[in-house]
Design a protein. Structure first.
Length: 233
């Protein structure tokens, strides 16, 4: 085989390999975009975009409130399988000074967490696990006490990693999936499977945030719940 023929075969092989890799990448991103597909009907005026590594970011309105949900892959922690976190943010005005966060099992590698950035360390309420870090602003302790039960109810699920409250709204971080062990150990790939996020679970998280908002602002009523009217005398 001449040098020219060898180079031609090599070029063809590399082109074929590139085509296969591109096809695999496109298929992977299509699967990732579908992970929030079952939650999209819950939104009004929903808009979906590609987020980190092709995982979806979904934004829109639920009961008139701005809601943003995105999937965040976490491969930074050593000696642990990759994690896929769901971040759910509900934009609703809360009292000035209502700023606190609760982070479960902090390790220092939570790039997505905002609780460690808050200036004052707060005493965890009795209803929270002992391994929860609680921080806030100067007036945050009073608001935390006011919402203690609602926060504890939401964090009773061990998959809830963080609950964050600010005057602009609320956010919960939830463990959506764990990387497949075989793919990670053998190929060092980050594969979370194709199971779509359960819309019923999504609404439980949303309702948990709404309950916290209600306890902090009694005038704030979960708008997606029908109003109960009593009978007139």
């Amino acid at each position: 085989m001449t040098l020219f023929a060898f180079l031609a075969v090599l070029a063809a092989g590399l082109a074929g390999l590139g085509w296969l890799l591109n096809r695999e990448r496109s298929a992977l991103w299509r699967r990732r975009r579908a992970l929030l597909a079952d939650c999209r009907p819950l939104f009004e005026r929903a808009e979906q975009a590609d987020g980190v590594a092709g995982f979806p970011r979904l934004a829109g309105e639920i009961a008139g409130r701005r809601v943003v949900v995105e999937l965040l892959p976490d491969t930074m922690t050593l000696r642990r399988l990759p994690q896929l976190w769901l971040s759910l943010t509900v934009m609703t005005p809360l009292p000035d000074g209502a700023a606190f966060g609760a982070l479960a099992r902090p390790s220092g590698s939570e790039f997505y967490a905002r609780t460690p950035d808050l200036p004052v360390r707060l005493e965890p309420p009795a209803g929270l696990p002992e391994d929860v870090m609680v921080r806030g602003r100067r007036r945050g302790a009073a608001f935390l006490a006011q919402a203690e039960r609602a926060v504890a109810d939401l964090m009773a699920d061990p998959r809830v990693k963080e609950v964050l409250v600010t005057p602009a709204g609320l956010r919960v971080i939830f463990q959506a999936a764990e990387g497949l062990r075989g793919q990670h150990l053998l190929l060092r790939q980050c594969d979370f499977g194709d199971e779509r996020f359960d819309p019923a679970l999504f609404m439980r998280l949303y309702d948990g945030l709404e309950e916290i908002a209600r306890t902090l602002s009694p005038a704030v009523v979960p708008a997606h719940l029908p109003e109960t009217r009593g009978q007139q005398a």
